[in-house]
Design a protein around this ligand. Structure first.
Ligand code: G3P
Length: 221
């Protein structure tokens, strides 16, 4: 329990470092939340401040999800909980992921107004199991290529999280108790559902037909 609590708190504090807010504030002296879709995330950073800021946001948000997972696994090993005795036991990674997303969406350092948790969410899967990460990225890329909507790609990939998680864990660690696979699948579902919930304004825009289409060209100098 102590290891889980420490992991959760550290992951939340780590997740609260919102890369797009930091990068845009440091390099452009602006608040990303006042531009474009008002979202403190990769897509809006690319849209409003260009490729350089977006690339740094990408690296920062990817890194923090991975670090949250690795840190939490390290804490479990340090405290000798046995949770990470088997390499494929992911429970603590999902706990870290949920709290890293919580920090990203409600950052303690930036008045609790952050991003939608897509990038940090997917980076958590990179820390847990790169095959699940790759599968989600492919799903996202295919939807984006067909629809040209980043938000739709994010929503579909988030919806696929529990299915992909269950299939890969079952395939790789079918020897683990079924309740354990379902527990991890449930945590992945929670992450996915939350990311989808954060896209509710995007869903309204998609329905109304006025959602922003993806473009590499920024709208602001
Ligand atoms: O990562 C968030 C993305 O799915 C949508 O971003 O700025 O178009 O609302 P945005």
């Amino acid at each position: 329990i102590l290891a889980i609590l420490i992991s959760a708190v550290l992951s939340y504090l780590l997740g609260s470092f919102n890369s797009s807010i930091l990068v845009v504030r440091l390099l452009k002296h602006q608040d990303i939340r006042e531009f474009g879709s008002h979202n403190a995330g990769l897509t809006n950073t690319l849209r409003c401040f260009g490729k350089g800021c977006a690339a740094l946001t990408l690296v920062g948000d990817l890194a923090k999800g991975i670090v949250a997972v690795l840190l939490s696994k390290g804490i479990c090993e340090l405290l000798g909980t046995g949770l990470t005795a088997q390499n494929d036991v992911h429970f603590i990674g999902y706990i870290a992921g949920i709290f890293a997303i919580l920090g990203h969406v409600f950052p303690i350092y930036y008045h609790f107004k952050g991003g939608k948790g897509v990038l940090v969410g997917v980076s958590v899967f990179l820390g847990i199991d790169w095959k699940v990460f790759l599968c989600l990225i492919v799903i996202f890329a295919v939807v984006l290529a067909i629809s040209k909507y980043v938000s739709l790609g994010s929503i579909i990939a988030a919806a696929c999280c529990p299915v992909v998680t269950f299939l890969f864990q079952f395939w790789q660690r079918g020897d683990l108790p079924m309740w354990y696979l379902w527990l991890n699948t449930g945590l992945a579902a929670l992450m996915g559902a939350w990311v989808i919930y954060m896209h509710r304004t995007n869903i309204q825009r998609l329905k109304a037909g006025n959602e922003n289409k993806f473009s590499f060209h920024s709208k602001k100098a």
